[in-house]
Write a protein that binds this ligand. Structure first.
Ligand SMILES: [Zn+2]
Length: 150
């Protein structure tokens, strides 16, 4: 399943035909809209596939934390049963562990260099997930980084 489309708010303006009190009568012209505000990170973005709240990578690109190439959280693992549980466990691979570490490091960099507190929250969330999975024995291998971003 793709988790690469998101639902969030955009503000549009529309011309109405109104009466003297400003009450709506009908749409003016062809009903075309003008974009007042495009979607931005300040609003919540949710995955159009599974409804999970999206996260943002270091390029400010939204991604779904439930996508197959991200680590599940311990909370999700403990709530899931049977086949669903097996699918979550299958997402714990060397590459997803490494990606999570890299994501945390970049989030931390963002927090340090741009005084972006959200970067700190993202880093904290990622490292907490990793730590909990490791603690419970789901992550058994080391995933060394090729080079430190610092
Ligand atoms: Zn999703």
């Amino acid at each position: 399943m793709n988790h690469d489309e998101f639902i969030t708010v955009a503000h549009e303006a529309r011309d109405w035909v109104v009466n003297g009190q400003g009450d709506f009568l009908r749409e003016a012209g062809d009903g075309a809209t003008e974009v007042v505000a495009k979607p931005d990170r300040g609003n919540t973005w949710t995955c159009a596939t599974c409804g999970a709240e999206a996260k943002f990578d270091e390029n400010d690109r939204a991604f779904c934390p439930q996508a197959d190439d991200t680590l599940p959280t311990l909370d999700d693992l403990e709530k899931a049963t049977g086949e669903e549980h097996d699918q979550l466990v299958a997402r714990i691979r060397e590459d997803t562990v490494r990606d999570t570490i890299v994501y945390a490091q970049r989030s931390l960099q963002r927090a340090l260099h741009h005084a972006d507190l959200r970067g700190l929250e993202d880093a904290w969330a990622s490292l907490t997930t990793l730590h909990e999975l490791h603690d419970k024995g789901y992550v058994e291998f080391d995933a060394p980084l090729e080079e430190s971003p610092f």
